[in-house]
Design a binder for this molecule. Structure first.
Ligand SMILES: Nc1ncnc2c1ncn2[C@@H]1O[C@H](COP(=O)(O)OP(=O)(O)OP(=O)(O)O)[C@@H](O)[C@H]1O
Ligand SMILES: [Mg+2]
Length: 631
């Protein structure tokens, strides 16, 4: 049944916007359209081969998968054809009329209107099929899905403005044929030499043969002959010996598997033999994709079995905290009909995952050691994800901890560049712990009153301000034999960092303030676990600390915000005996309760907490100010 009716449909609004942007900002990069179309054709062949594992009849009578590129100088058209999976009518409508990618909204929000910046963003987003309109003012797609009848062919056509037409047609051969009607000024693409050059540069690694008609010189002119010629190497890049692969080829392959426009930061390529036999070619991207935080994101590591594509984003191949890695794993042992369910149970996959994890950590260690600038870039893009590994992967905890970078009081900037090893290298004589402070922002951490004594004594403290940092602290008790200690938890014990004279002076003061401490404790009642004198403060009158085994204030607030039940633990109020406010409190009679409450509330605010009764705080402060003013 062939209906002669031709329908006109509108593009989704985002498609129109993307088309506009792409045509204008990627113009100087126009050659990428061919890479994108060939990459789609290759994906389509992979998909067919995979579906045919379960249903051999999909091959129809044409099992040799390939891609053909041809051109017609007179008609000024360029055609890219494949005998892959093809598309049904519904698939055409949704694949070539909408953008179904995750991260689409984030992408459009990130656009600036500045062409150069936006061109870069489009590259990160993945340009895909729509890039045809960089060089064409009309694109015709003729396709039929494998397994459907010959009269289920579809013809899609568009001028890339607001709409496209659809028509059912006869298409005896399965697969997809994309014809570009070139814009004015694009005629240099109608040359076998030029096309071969572009294909070799961008698509050499494509596994299927990319075929063109041979050309010959006749009477001073290039003419195409009837003979076919394969233009690319058409062998799996990862299966070739390393010595035969250039950096350029590695990078182009990354752009294909990683769906990225930029070069990767680093890669590793290794064949593992032994109990498991597999090849890995894994890449570290140079920037985070739009959907890094989306647990559903789909471009991960591709799994192949003996060169046959099995699946995209085989999440069992790497732990979640390495989800930024892109690339290919090709196993020689797994069965071809392996499914996601089988992967979950498979001991072979467990071994491959452990192997890939070790290699990736090794690659990162190497980068951290020998390419510090690149490592800083990596850390900025993916540090927060890697931190998850401290809790997720106990077997590799120490190695992951070695890769962590923090902000600290050493430089006092937000930049995370201090490793735990750097910190240990700078520890003071007699210091046996790695000190940390955590708050919900860098500024709050940096200005935390708990740091005062540490700053005075020149002891470095790591400044933690990301949610995942609490997770790191909860899972990392020590590094290189040195325990991590929060400066806002437990009593201040600087151990050998204090001398005898200091300790004696403190004991004397504790005695001197004993009465005040008792009075404050009675006044604050249920709000505190304890009031005590501290020496951690130099400028602030008071601060809150958590008891050794209670949750820290920052963590308790994070958990509450996340809707979790938090055990009710009260803070300890520590007061600074050297502070004038605390000293005058010793002799305060009438407004003692107000002063105590204000000190407590201040301390809570300073560590990023919220007041239970802010209005009462304001009232008390005003009353105290008025009273002081009237003296
Ligand atoms: N030659 C083809 N054969 C079959 N399906 C195709 C072909 N070309 C495109 N498609 C379909 O159209 C969809 C959109 O292609 P497009 O290149 O825009 O995005 P993508 O390949 O999914 O992602 P990327 O942005 O990384 O290229 C593809 O996912 C695929 O389903
Ligand atoms: Mg594509």
């Amino acid at each position: 049944m062939t209906t002669a009716t031709k329908e006109t449909l509108g593009f989704q609004a985002e498609v129109k916007q993307l088309l506009q942007l792409m045509i204008h900002s990627l113009y100087s990069n126009r050659e990428i359209f061919l890479r994108e179309l060939i990459s789609n054709a290759s994906d389509a062949c992979d998909k067919l081969r995979f579906e045919a594992l379960h249903n051999g009849s999909l091959f129809e009578s044409d099992p040799d998968l390939g891609i053909r590129v041809s051109f017609d100088r007179t008609a000024r058209t360029l055609t890219i054809a494949d005998n892959g999976i093809g598309m049904s009518r519904e698939e055409v409508v949704s694949n070539l009329g909408t953008i179904a990618k995750s991260g689409t909204r984030e992408f459009f929000q990130a656009l600036t209107g500045d062409q150069q910046k936006d061109a870069h963003l489009i590259g990160q987003f993945g340009v895909g099929f729509y890039s045809s309109f960089i060089v064409a003012d009309r694109v015709t797609v003729v396709t039929r899905r494998a397994g459907l009848a010959a009269d289920q062919g579809v013809r899609w056509e568009s001028e890339g403005a607001g709409e496209f037409t659809l028509e059912m047609i006869d298409k005896p051969a399965r697969g997809t044929e994309i014809t570009l009607h070139l814009k004015e000024g694009q005629d240099d693409l109608l040359s076998g030499w030029k096309l071969r050059e572009i294909i070799r540069r961008y698509s050499d690694h494509i596994v299927q043969p990319i075929v063109m008609k041979k050309e010959e010189w006749q009477d001073g002119e290039q003419v195409t002959t009837g003979e076919d010629e394969t233009v690319n190497q058409a062998s799996a890049l990862w299966a070739r010996p390393k010595s035969e692969i250039s950096d350029e080829q590695y990078k182009e392959f990354y752009k294909h598997v990683g769906h990225d426009f930029d070069d990767p930061l680093a890669w590793l390529h290794a064949r593992v033999e032994g109990r498991q036999d597999y090849t890995q070619l894994l890449y570290i991207p140079s920037h985070a994709p739009f959907d890094l935080w989306d647990r559903q994101q789909r471009h991960g590591v591709k799994l192949y079995v003996r060169r046959v594509f099995i699946m995209d984003d085989a999440e069992q191949l790497l732990p979640v905290y390495l989800r930024f890695v892109r690339g290919v794993v090709d196993s020689n042992d797994l069965p071809l009909n392996v499914s996601r369910e089988i992967l979950q149970e498979s001991k072979d996959i467990e071994a491959i995952r452990a192997g890939c994890t070790k290699k990736v950590l090794g690659l990162l260690e190497d980068m951290a050691e020998n390419r510090k600038e690149d490592y800083a870039k990596f850390w900025q893009a993916f540090g927060r994800v890697l931190k998850e590994g401290v809790g997720e992967d106990p077997a590799n905890r120490e190695r992951i901890a070695g890769l962590l970078r923090f902000a600290s009081t050493h430089a006092d900037t937000q930049e995370e560049s201090v490793s735990l090893a750097d910190y240990i290298g700078r520890m003071k004589e007699g210091q046996d712990r790695i000190y940390t402070v955590s708050a919900d922002s860098f500024t709050a951490a940096k200005n935390s009153p708990h740091l005062e004594i540490f700053r005075k004594k020149g002891i470095e403290v790591l400044l933690l301000s990301e949610r995942v940092d609490e997770w790191v602290l909860g899972n990392l008790a020590e590094f290189d034999g040195k325990p991590l200690a929060s400066v806002a938890k437990g009593g201040l014990d600087l151990g050998k960092l204090e001398d005898e004279a200091e300790k004696q002076a403190q004991e004397a003061q504790a005695g001197e303030f004993k009465e005040l401490v008792g009075k404050m404790q009675a006044s604050l009642g249920e709000r505190v676990k304890e009031v005590r004198v501290t020496h951690r403060l130099t400028d602030s009158p008071a601060c809150l600390v958590a008891d050794e085994h209670d949750l820290g204030g920052n963590l308790a607030r994070l958990l509450k915000a996340a809707g979790q039940k938090v055990p009710d633990s009260k803070p300890i109020l520590e007061i600074n005996p050297g502070h004038p406010v605390v000293q005058r409190l010793k002799h305060e009679e009438t407004r003692f309760d107000d002063w105590s409450a204000v000190l407590f509330d201040q301390a809570l605010l300073a560590e990023g907490g919220q007041l239970e009764d802010p209005a009462a705080f304001v009232r008390r402060v005003n009353a105290l100010m008025l009273e002081m003013g009237s003296r």
